[in-house]
Design a binder for this molecule. Structure first.
Ligand code: ATP
Ligand code: CA
Ligand code: CA
Length: 423
């Protein structure tokens, strides 16, 4: 599937849902943000704030176009994540999402039935999630928050909010807001969703030829002979962060996640991909906001460079976190600092003409649900090898080994053993 969506106009089936999501976010987030900051308490992790919207409005909620209920989960925790750890400017966040009430819908790119929506400037993704994913995310929120605190450069999805909309006839829709890994201003020439397992992990090459925006998988990566081109310095930092993130996912018993990799080839630039269906030309109002190029304060830029030169794992720790100034959040993150991504480097650590946009996505599936899913598939297909359901430690090991093995000069003892067992 492609990573560009259809704009939701007033006649779209999900217009009401979109309107309600955005109204809830606007009121919920600004309500919390208006209060003076305070330290988090344990109750903040389980808190939920309820809002009831109707056409008339009341002293707590302004009038809305429709009747619906909205729940804001752990608002103080997400506020802390956004403000302190993800370096989002609060006004910026709300404006991106709700200034114009425009989202574009990607439909359901995965098997899960989740829907994806992009904010008009393409920076944020709203993903609808199942009730069990929702419950799970709440249950690990404290651990997640802790991990993000200790790993400012984490590759895990950055969750900015968790909410629920309840429509009048009782339908409940849970959703998260997260970072779009892909930038609005660059074409992605190839996209991969890598898990480190072989089964079903191939996008048909004939189809890929006619669909440049296909999301390719592990086998395509291997068959096309792709490597992650990272010189020793970036390779060391990236492997170390992957390992830490994988340890976290193992600890909370998650599996089925993947590393999403978008490849931008600077020589090809943005020419051959005009995104004819995309946000850019659909509507003048959804053209991505071009920010003034942010000039990095020299100290920050050189700190980053120096740390990368040293490829010092301490660089990944909190102590080396740099002061925020509220705009252009991505430059605070080691792996998103080169035009919003990670520039390929050669063995001498010199820049190459490729930028990677990458991160670990789909991290809300605990082991139990995967097992259930597997049973379902087994019953359907009677094929015992359908999904090799392995526990989170084995999943994590296979994931990490595969990714290390596809880095140039990565550890060759770790050649993709997890891959291709079904051949
Ligand atoms: P399934 O469980 O079947 O894998 P899902 O509905 O849980 O599907 P994801 O795996 O989260 O969906 O994502 C599906 C696709 O959507 C990804 O392969 C990727 O192309 C795109 N996508 C998801 N998250 C992001 C993100 N943060 N940034 C950019 N693209 C994303
Ligand atoms: Ca997935
Ligand atoms: Ca999923």
């Amino acid at each position: 599937k492609v990573l560009v969506g259809n704009l939701i106009g007033e006649d779209h089936v999900n217009y009401v849902l979109m309107y309600n999501m955005l109204t809830g976010i606007r009121i919920g987030v600004s309500r919390c943000q208006a209060k003076p900051a305070r330290p988090l308490t344990d109750d903040d992790y389980t808190a939920r704030h309820k809002f009831s919207f109707d056409i008339v409005g009341n002293e707590l909620t302004p009038s809305a176009k429709y009747d619906f209920k909205f729940k804001d989960y752990a608002p103080w925790v997400f506020r802390d994540l956004r403000d302190e750890h993800f370096h989002l400017d609060p006004a910026d966040y709300l404006l991106s999402l709700t200034a114009k009430y425009i989202l574009s819908e990607l439909g359901s790119p995965g098997k899960s039935g989740s829907f994806f929506y992009f904010s008009r400037d393409y920076r944020f993704i709203i993903k609808t999630i199942s009730h069990s994913e929702h419950k799970f995310l709440r249950s690990i929120l404290k651990d997640y928050h802790e991990h993000v605190k200790n790993n400012p450069h984490t590759l895990l999805s950055r969750f900015y909010g968790l909410h629920r909309v309840k429509l009048p006839r009782g339908r409940k829709i849970h959703f998260v807001i997260m970072n779009n890994l892909f930038p609005p201003h660059r074409d992605i020439h190839e996209t991969y969703d890598l898990k480190g397992s072989a089964y079903g992990r191939e996008y048909p090459e004939e189809k890929a030829k006619i669909n440049p925006r296909a999301v390719l998988k592990d086998k395509n990566w291997v068959n096309r002979g792709r490597t992650l081109e990272l010189g020793p310095e970036k390779r060391a930092l990236f492997s170390e962060q992957l390992r830490r993130d994988m340890e976290f996912l193992k600890h909370v018993h998650v599996m089925d996640y993947s590393l999403l990799v978008g490849i931008h080839n600077m020589e090809r630039g943005n020419r051959d991909n005009l995104r004819e269906n995309s946000l850019h030309v659909f509507h003048p109002e959804v053209r991505p906001v071009r920010r003034k190029p942010s000039v990095k304060p020299p100290s920050e830029a050189s700190n980053m460079r120096k740390a990368v030169r040293r490829s010092d794992p301490k660089m990944l720790d909190v102590s080396s976190q740099l002061p925020a100034d509220g705009s252009a959040d991505r430059r605070h993150f080691l792996f998103y600092q080169d035009e919003g991504g990670l520039r390929a480097t050669d063995e001498a650590n010199q820049d190459m003409d490729v930028i990677y946009y990458l991160g670990i996505i789909d991290i809300c599936t605990p082991y139990n649900s995967v097992k259930k899913l597997e049973h379902f598939w087994k019953a359907m297909t009677e094929d015992r090898n359908t999904i090799s359901c392995i526990d989170p430690s084995a999943y994590g090991r296979r994931f990490l080994n595969f990714l290390l093995s596809v880095m140039r000069n990565g550890d060759i003892n770790l050649r993709p053993s997890g891959l291709l067992p079904s051949d």
